[in-house]
Design a protein around this ligand. Sequence first.
Ligand code: LHQ
Length: 260
Amino acid sequence: MTEYKNILYEVNGAGVAKVTLNRPEALNAFTGEMLLEMAAAFRQAKADNTVRALIVTGAGRGFCAGQDLRASGSNPDFENTLKTYYRPMITALAGLGKPSIAMVNGVAAGAGMSLTLGCDFRVASQNAKFVTAFSKIALVPDCGMSYHLPRLVGLGRAQELISLNRDLMADEAYNWGLVVKVAPLEELEATTQAIATQLAAAPTLAFGFTRQMLHHSFALDLDGALEQEEDNQAIAGASTDFFEGVSAFMEKRPAIFKGK
Ligand code: LHQ
């Protein structure tokens, strides 16, 4: 296990890295040091070829309460805070090139909710809830929420959640498609690990390109999307995993993908 001060980082034998926010006494609220450690952990997972999927979760009863309001001070420079501490975490997660899952074990509020949205998938415990939190303290959404939330749930629902700041419980989040699975708290880890293990055995290279393509698609017209498909299919079609996938199909056996 790599040593960080505010988070735990471990990799299991199935190629799944797990990053645990580890300030349970403050509902894992973010400090600058913690955010820089998160960015470093995401870069570490990207650089490690044995890692093919990543789980992010929180220690204790919550996932993350967002910015540590006690550490913010009375005259904070939020622009600098966001640029220096939050942006590196979110861009490192977006550039991971491997599937990421937020294992939401309790409340995810403010930038803590934003972090779950920056992951590719969310798996939640039955008691988990999402709270945008920003409007309650007269702030605008940050840490990528203004980008990810309308893309994931649509403009109307994003506007409602951000403006009214109501709790979005796990079951409703599932019905909205924001969460892929809801499990009893005691089964959350096993449920999430099963999905992560499946993703870690998938063709990682194609996954990375697919993620990028889907995100870019919102800014493209049809011609642009077709061009993006052609460019990336040329790369995917030259990968070791493509040849393995076709061979496995012909030989009527399960494919063993190497992620390249
Ligand atoms: C906390 C926090 C917290 C410190 C609970 N800080 N202690 C980044 C920087 C630049 C610009 C601004 O934006 C950002 C990003 C952001 O994330 S801004 C949004 C910041 N987060 C919030 O406003 C959420 C504040 N917290 C809450 O609304 C509630 O605590 C939630 C809904 C998270 C949980 O409610 P409960 O389950 O009822 O727990 P609680 O309220 O009793 O909290 C438990 C403890 O955790 C409590 O401490 P205490 O000593 O009384 O037991 C809270 O004070 C502490 N805590 N959030 N963000």
